[in-house]
Design a protein around this ligand. Sequence first.
Ligand SMILES: O=c1ccn([C@@H]2O[C@H](COP(=O)(O)O)[C@@H](O)[C@H]2O)c(=O)[nH]1
Length: 276
Amino acid sequence: MNFFDRLADRIETADSVVSVGLDPDMDRLPDVFHGYDLPRFAFNRRIIDATHEHAAAFKPNAAFYEDPDGWRALEETIAYVKGKGVPVLLDAKRADIGNTTRQYADLLDPDANTGADAITVNPYMGRDSLQPFLDTEGAGVFILCRTSNPGGADLQELELAEGDLLYERVAALADTWNEHGNIGLVVGATTPEELEEVREQVPDLPFLVPGVGSQGGDAEAAVEYGLADDIGVVNSSRGIIFAGENAARDEQDADRFASAAGDAAKRLKRRLNQYR
Ligand SMILES: O=c1ccn([C@@H]2O[C@H](COP(=O)(O)O)[C@@H](O)[C@H]2O)c(=O)[nH]1
């Protein structure tokens, strides 16, 4: 089954377009989790238990797992999320020359219970660098288009000789590459005007919209322009998983931390649903 069909089913079941970002910064994990063999997985498991009913997807960012224990924690996390029946979107921002990118595409291995359902990729090496991802049956591929960080404009808003901006060209190319119906775009909620413009340009592509919550992006615009036929997700990572951090550190315990994450996910779901 196509990734976006599975995502649509999940959005309907959970009545939610929230993507819960699993970015378990080791410096911010409550002390209790540092006693586990895999602290990041122990933490994620509690967060997943507390938030999954409100989640359309979970989005681990590979940057938080790129060391030997981290990869084990990531594999366990992906398998655990899949066990809950929620799609996993691996934010890895990969792509390279052909033989190398084929290795990256193994991150989507459909036969492994540690293979992600969808991945983020970087378009700047061109179509061939994305082909193995696009050819992975059933997988979703989100192409970076207009990112949420302040420096996103440095390159993405450069005007090309033909007059269009670089992120607009990326959106146009993504639309033409979407032969299998498995492409989405990453467009940040921190630039609502660009979000609206990209939506007008490519009405049928679902978006992954990061930047609400900790980055202060526009939640209403994220929903209004991020969804195509009610399909698409709005991500919050720190705003959900570290919602329990306000308690003094020695007062924290795993239950209260997880329950604060559950409350934050539910609040975001309700807020976003107001705009659907
Ligand atoms: O344009 C982009 C692309 C990816 N991200 C990633 O999303 C989350 C956002 O985390 P918050 O804690 O909700 O700010 C994180 O993994 C980023 O690397 C993005 O923010 N913007």
